[in-house]
Design a protein around this ligand. Structure first.
Ligand SMILES: *Cc1c(COP(=O)(O)O)cnc(C)c1O
Length: 386
């Protein structure tokens, strides 16, 4: 028999004979073959070639965030994204200072937990998971309490997929003379973050979301002068951004074992981002993925949990059908058997499930997912009738 290469749907990609699913999740997510292949060699952590590789990666991330070499630095941190968020909050917010947290989902609550556990005084301004904060109310609270030195917010609230108004909040925080700390974990690499233009104090993100690398590295891009002022503030050795940055600035050596393969993969992922046309081009691709997903899911009878005007092109939450035929476990397993991994919901109050539109996927992948979903839905409905 001839062995002409078979056209493969994205869902049946196989790598060295191992079937690999399409991850429609907010990270880890589907990475390209080139990113995976970048992990096929070993690096000595103190090897000058690795030091140069990692420095190049952090300089490019700093530039992508709109930071300048003079005023900003990208400080990498071993671990997942939350490690970077905790390092950011506890390095910058001093023990005697207060932080105003803008909460409208689980990642905002997580920042509150970090502050409480580390003894940072917090004030919480919480709105519903489907709503955004009012900048006028942020200004009012800042005027009432001069002890609030920092405001912290989540850029895209991955709990629901909601886009928070970063520019509006940044301008009111700046007008009141305070500093803004941003968790842009699920946005950075696609959504615009301009450290200089918005005069942000710091922004935390990770390797495995819109940068389309593999998990294992968090980072914080921040203002050098604030990092210097924060010397000795962090209550933790490993999560001390100032100490981490100081060691790296002194010869490029990491204090503790770096995730070498993750950084090599991130180097390849950044090259892909540049070739794609940078964050605006990536945002455009994700926006097309989202539009395809929302219209296709609407045709299949699924309701989005958010007002589409508040939806970031990152991950979408759908309301679980209340009908007898639906069970998330069965739905998940049947889609997984067809090569697609979706994500459980995280919104409080009502049942939802999530579908990510980020990663090395395009609207053809989403079309294939919709075809699979259509088949799964009719199969599940059939079971209830028979
Ligand atoms: C993914 C994510 C994080 C970090 O989560 P980890 O599981 O620690 O990587 C933090 N904030 C937001 C908004 C996220 O989407």
């Amino acid at each position: 028999m001839s062995s002409a290469p078979q056209a493969k749907t994205p869902a049946t990609r196989s790598i060295e004979g191992k079937e690999t699913p399409v991850l429609l999740t907010p990270g880890p997510l589907t990475t390209s073959a080139r990113v995976k292949e970048a992990m096929l060699r070993d690096w000595g952590s103190r090897d000058p070639a690795f030091v140069a590789l990692s420095q190049g990666v952090f300089d490019r991330i700093r530039a992508l965030s709109g930071g300048t070499a003079e005023d900003h630095v990208c400080v990498p941190l071993q671990g997942s994204g939350t490690f970077a968020v905790e390092a950011m909050l506890t390095t910058f917010v001093g023990a005697g200072e207060r932080v105003l947290l803008l909460v409208n989902g689980a990642y905002g609550h997580r920042m509150a937990d970090i502050c409480r556990k580390s003894g940072r005084a917090v004030e919480i301004y919480e709105v519903a998971e489907t709503e955004v904060h009012d900048p006028a109310e942020v200004s009012r609270r800042l005027r009432l309490d001069p002890a609030i030195a920092f405001v912290a917010m989540v850029h895209c609230e991955t709990t629901s997929g909601l886009l928070n108004p970063l520019e509006d909040i940044a301008s009111c925080v700046r007008a009141e003379g305070r500093w803004l700390l941003v968790d842009s974990m699920s946005g950075f690499g696609a959504l615009s973050v301009d450290m200089s233009g918005l005069e942000l104090a710091a922004m935390a993100a990770s390797s495995n979301k819109c940068l389309q690398g593999v998990p294992g590295l968090g980072f914080v891009v921040c203002r050098k002068e604030l990092l210097e002022a924060a010397r000795g503030r962090a209550p933790s050795v490993v999560l001390d951004l100032q100490a981490q940055a100081a060691a790296l600035a002194n010869g490029g050596q990491w204090r503790f074992t770096p995730p070498t393969h993750v950084i090599a993969a991130l180097d390849a992922a950044l090259a892909e981002l540049e070739e794609e046309g940078g964050p605006p081009a990536r945002l455009e691709r994700y926006s097309q993925n989202l539009a395809t997903l929302l219209s296709g899911m609407d045709r299949l009878g699924f309701q989005p949990a958010l007002d589409p005007a508040r939806q970031a092109p990152v991950i979408a939450s759908f309301v679980e059908p209340a009908d007898d035929w639906f069970s998330f476990e069965t739905f998940y397993e049947a889609l997984r058997a067809r090569g697609f991994a979706i994500y459980a919901g995280k919104m409080t109050g009502r049942g939802t499930f999530r579908v990510g539109v980020i990663g090395a996927i395009d609207s053809l992948t989403i079309e294939a997912f919709l075809t699979a979903t259509k088949a799964v839905v009719s199969e599940m409905k059939q079971k209830v009738i028979s």
